[in-house]
Ligand binder design. Structure first.
Ligand code: SF4
Ligand code: SF4
Length: 180
């Protein structure tokens, strides 16, 4: 045992007196610092711009969906939180440019860890993440978000699918950005 650890030594006695003073010194200094308590949920502060929040399924400017139902996001997810069922577009009923679209799309926020691997895997930038972080609920079922919960809202100039491709002759025009 060193001298400073021996409570009966002069060094140990000095520490017994000094340690509480140093400890209360921290408390005393903190009393005069600005309080950092955040008043959530009464005051909501913006997140960092790249904060990973709720997902969004994006649209092309004519309203068609960018998701092609490829399931790459589901395969990339380490938490098995995404479920996708693709289906084929037809000329009478088109939801996305190209051959396929996501008929069923679900994200289970009971599992999701908001890591962002799914959005990295998406080949069409259909899937991105918003800054929305209020993902709590009082039942499990409502935390499984359906496609209708995740789809981006229709902006002015967009039309609710199904409808034909308005911006190009084929999906290549959409993917290459040569839309009219
Ligand atoms: S953010 Fe991560 S955990 Fe959540 S769905 Fe995407 S890949 Fe899965
Ligand atoms: S969101 Fe992207 S990766 Fe997932 S199914 Fe749709 S196109 Fe594929």
């Amino acid at each position: 045992m060193s001298e400073s650890q021996d409570p009966t030594s002069p060094e140990g006695a000095k520490q017994r007196v000094w340690d509480p003073i140093a400890g209360f010194g921290v408390t005393f200094r903190t009393m005069f610092k600005k309080v950092v308590t955040e008043q959530y949920p009464f005051e909501k502060l913006p997140t960092a711009p790249r904060f990973h929040g709720r997902h969004q399924l994006n649209r092309w400017p004519d309203g068609l969906e960018k998701c092609i139902g490829c399931e790459l996001c589901a395969w990339a997810c380490p938490a098995d939180a995404i479920y996708v069922e693709g289906a084929s577009n037809t000329e009478d009923e088109r939801f996305s440019p190209g051959e396929r679209y996501g008929r069923v799309y679900q994200i289970n926020y009971l599992r999701c860890i908001l890591c962002g691997l799914c959005i990295e895997a998406c080949p069409t930038r259909a899937l991105t993440m918003t800054n929305e972080y209020e993902l709590a609920d009082d039942n499990r079922a409502d935390l499984i978000y359906e496609k209708s919960d995740l789809l981006a809202p229709l902006l002015p100039g967009m039309e609710q699918p199904p409808h034909p491709m308005r911006l190009g002759d084929d999906e290549g025009d959409y993917y290459r950005g040569t839309t009219r």
